[in-house]
Design a protein around this ligand. Structure first.
Ligand code: ATR
Length: 293
């Protein structure tokens, strides 16, 4: 029997840098296996652990990671918004998104002062997944389903990358309008945005559809009717369990290009690594492995 050559993992030493995930709960997160494999493949002397942090302990946890000089961290539910108050600075994208998913340790080259800066790679991760399908998002029109926290982060990324317009479809029209008002207050009206109720999702008029609600998460439902799709659309669903949501099942059967929540998860992690390590990486073989998980 031949053994498959596999990635070599190394035991930590006194020089190993520590990275972590702050969330609650974190037991099912794929981030530790993904980042530790990334370190092994790229021969980076790092270890990534998941920390289950209760909401009332978040301030202490961030103070602890600063005191212990952690090299970087990710932040997940329920801390993405509340963590901002504990950081030294916030990137423009995270500020617009109103949420942080990545903490970067920055050292000033002049004063050697250390700062922990909040970034958000969720929206950019989705756009990276779209671009890997050969689709250029700039100048395209997007139909965004949902107006919650996840939609806000994606909308911020879409606006920063110059889409031609966004139509937001949400169950509650008021919430969609609130989201547009909040974003326009910060960035002005550079991208035309319209709000509609989800029940008015039209047929045959979409270029790129991005689904950001929890509908489809194990409930067997799609937020929109199959008749809305012609087969020419690019359809993204940020739900990653199940990997093929009812919306994506319909989209696949019609021949649409599909982008999965798991792709977004992968690329937000790769963008966090780019921020932490300060350079780009070849990620194709890691993506192949991740797709098989
Ligand atoms: P997240 O941070 O994951 O985006 P959220 O801020 O609670 O979570 O937002 C949930 C989104 O899913 C909202 O757009 C919500 O619509 P409403 O604003 O009308 O509540 C949407 N959503 C949740 N359950 C839904 C359902 N059964 N049908 C349609 N939309 C739903």
């Amino acid at each position: 029997m031949t053994m498959m050559t596999d990635v070599q993992f190394h035991a930590p030493t006194a020089k190993t840098r520590l990275y972590g995930l702050l969330g609650h709960p974190v037991g099912h997160s794929l981030s530790p296996v993904l980042h530790n494999r990334f370190f092994a493949e790229n021969r980076i002397d790092g270890v990534y652990l998941a920390f289950d942090v209760l909401p009332e302990k978040l301030g202490e946890a961030v103070a602890g990671l600063k005191a212990m000089n952690l090299a970087g961290a990710n932040v997940t539910i329920p801390h993405k918004e509340s963590v901002m108050a504990h950081l030294d600075a916030i990137s423009d994208e995270a500020f617009l998104a109103g949420a942080v998913n990545t903490i970067v340790r920055e050292v000033s080259s002049k004063t050697a002062e250390v700062r922990y800066v909040g970034h958000n790679t969720d929206g950019a991760g989705l756009l990276e997944a779209i671009s890997k399908q050969g689709v250029e998002i700039a100048g395209r029109s997007v139909s965004l389903i949902g107006a919650g926290g996840a939609a806000k982060g994606i909308l911020a990324a879409l606006v920063l990358r110059g889409v031609s317009g966004v139509k937001i479809y949400n169950r509650s029209l008021e919430r969609a309008e609130g989201l547009v008002t909040a974003l326009s207050t910060m960035v002005g009206h550079q991208v035309p945005m319209e709000c509609h109720t989800l029940s008015n999702f039209p047929e045959h008029s979409h270029e790129i559809i991005i689904q950001t609600t929890s509908v489809g998460m194990g409930d067997g439902k799609s937020p929109v009717d199959a008749t809305a799709l012609t087969g020419k659309e690019i359809v993204c669903d940020i739900v990653y369990k199940p990997q093929i949501t009812p919306l994506l099942e319909t989209a696949l059967s019609k021949g649409c290009t599909c982008i999965y929540g798991k792709d977004m998860l992968f690329y937000q992690a790769m963008l966090a690594e780019m921020l932490w390590q300060g350079r780009q990486f070849e990620t194709a073989s890691l993506k192949n492995w991740f797709d098989g998980l």
